[in-house]
Design a binder for this molecule. Structure first.
Ligand code: FAD
Length: 439
């Protein structure tokens, strides 16, 4: 078994760790030289499962990997447009939010433009364990890849996104019948476009709406029933005022807010990011419905105020038990395929749960600087990106804060390293909890 050694290993080559790579090259060049980023995908793509031609980013192009931290950086989205000859066209279009495909191409361009940080694709991380010296001190981390090889590192940054949420009631269905939105494109590739599938789509998020819209062209002859608990698709209720709570500068205030206050803020803000869709998406969906009615098409319908309360496979089809929340009436819906727009699991990803278990932790807690709290002197440190909404605020899973977060992590690593040099054990007082059992 091969075992390599790097000073910093970053798992996941999405926006968070690519933003970190940029920060490392700009703020800590010697650390950047000994940094490796790995990703399980064979190519760098942004949200590859839902990389649809018409899908757009929901945030300004200025919230790229670096501009909010360093507007003069060569890694900005504007410089990407300039370097690829598209600046005039982008300005002329007059939109703040780029197509998802453009952000994806930008991420790939950044990865290719890195001078020292190395990126390896097609490398799936299976597990991570702390490495201990003979005296038991944590000295770093050992990461095991799918090919059996291992990478040892003093520093580790995990940015692998959250695990898809598959409602327990559907978890027993055969996997080839259930396609979560994160697997929309690969799932579709295995289907025959011309067949008239009977499809159920579950959820009321932006992702569900995107799947619903995409199915019109991807499976044009299929019958699609969109089932949701809510009263109907709704647009996010955010405003310029509430958008200020997505600023990087709001992270400090949120982190210092008592736990009950944080919970309250998250409840108030929930609908600005979850179980809703953009006003533009809502308008486009309704226009499609209007046209369907005009053309007397009935193969695209909404089933609202309805819960899926049981599911089984029977005689080559999926049987969903639907319970009407208004009346309690139970009906059956027989389908060939179930698409899920049910979002993500709130618990720490299984990869991080495994690491926590191996390190003897009962909960996953991070400091203000995103460092995993391991409650013992340590010569290594691990950082978590994108799953700290409970402690760092609603922007944590989004592009909005990642340029600043990359700087925070870089500076924290530099401080940790300096502490090692001075013989100071690494321990940090302020932290907050991300319980393994969920919120
Ligand atoms: C459909 C969709 C649209 C979105 N649109 C927006 C938007 O418009 N604006 C916005 O701000 N946010 C948006 N988001 C939120 C999104 O989480 C962030 O924009 C951003 O992608 C987070 O970056 P990340 O690097 O933390 O995680 P991700 O982008 O999820 O990247 C994680 C990376 O880790 C890799 N990986 C996972 N597991 C492993 C493993 N075991 N081994 C190796 N590699 C692994 C994955 O292949 C992936 O490349 C969207 C999310 C979704 C699902």
């Amino acid at each position: 078994m091969t075992k390599r050694n790097v000073e910093l290993l970053a798992v996941g080559a999405g926006p968070s760790n690519l933003g970190l790579a940029v920060a490392l090259e700009e703020l800590a060049p010697d650390l950047a030289e000994n940094t490796l980023i790995i990703d399980r995908n064979p190519a760098i793509e942004w949200q590859s499962g839902l990389l649809l031609p018409w899908a757009k980013s929901q945030v300004s192009f200025l919230k790229d990997l670096v501009t909010l931290r360093n507007p003069r950086s060569r890694f900005s989205f504007l410089n990407f447009l300039k370097a690829t000859g598209r600046l005039d066209d982008f300005i002329n279009l007059g939109h703040q939010s780029p197509y998802r495909l453009e952000i994806s191409a930008y991420l790939n361009w950044v990865a290719e433009s890195l001078a020292t940080v190395r990126v390896e694709l097609g490398q799936t991380c299976l597990g991570i364990e702390p490495t201990r010296s003979s005296s038991g001190t944590v000295t770093g981390w050992t990461t095991t890849l799918a090919d059996g090889s291992q990478i040892a590192s003093r520093y580790l940054v995990i940015a692998t996104g959250r695990d898809p949420n598959v409602p327990p009631v559907l978890a027993g269905l055969p996997t080839d019948r259930v396609i979560h939105s994160t697997r929309y494109r690969p799932g579709l590739a295995g289907l025959q476009r011309q067949l008239p599938y009977r499809v159920a789509l579950i959820g009321s998020s932006q992702s569900a709406a995107e799947v619903f819209r995409a199915l019109r062209t991807d499976l044009p002859d299929s019958d699609v029933a969109w089932v949701m608990r809510s009263i109907g698709p709704t647009a996010d209720p955010s405003s310029k005022f509430t958008n200020e709570l997505y600023y990087p500068s709001y992270v400090d205030e949120f982190f210092d807010t008592p736990a009950e206050g944080r919970t309250l803020i998250r409840q108030e803000l929930y609908k600005t990011n979850y179980s809703c869709m953009t006003p533009a998406m809502l308008q486009s969906l309704y226009t499609d419905f209007y046209r369907d009615r005009l053309n007397r098409r009935q193969d695209r319908r909404l089933i609202t105020m309805t819960e899926v309360t049981a599911a089984r496979e029977s005689d080559g089809e999926v049987v969903l038990e639907l319970t009407d929340r208004r009346t309690g009436a139970v009906t059956e819906l027989r389908r060939d395929l179930v698409f899920l727009g049910t979002g993500f699991d709130w618990r720490p990803p299984k990869l991080i749960q495994g690491l926590a278990q191996a390190a003897g932790l009962t909960s996953v807690e991070v400091t203000r600087g995103y460092r995993l709290v391991i409650d013992e002197p340590s010569e290594g440190a691990c950082y978590l990106q994108g799953i700290n909404e409970a402690s760092h605020g609603i922007g944590d899973s989004l592009l909005s804060v990642l340029a600043h977060r990359a700087r925070d992590i870089t500076l924290d690593i530099l401080e940790h390293r300096a502490g090692l040099g001075a013989g100071t054990p690494a321990g940090v007082a302020a932290h907050s909890t991300n319980n393994i059992g969920g919120r």
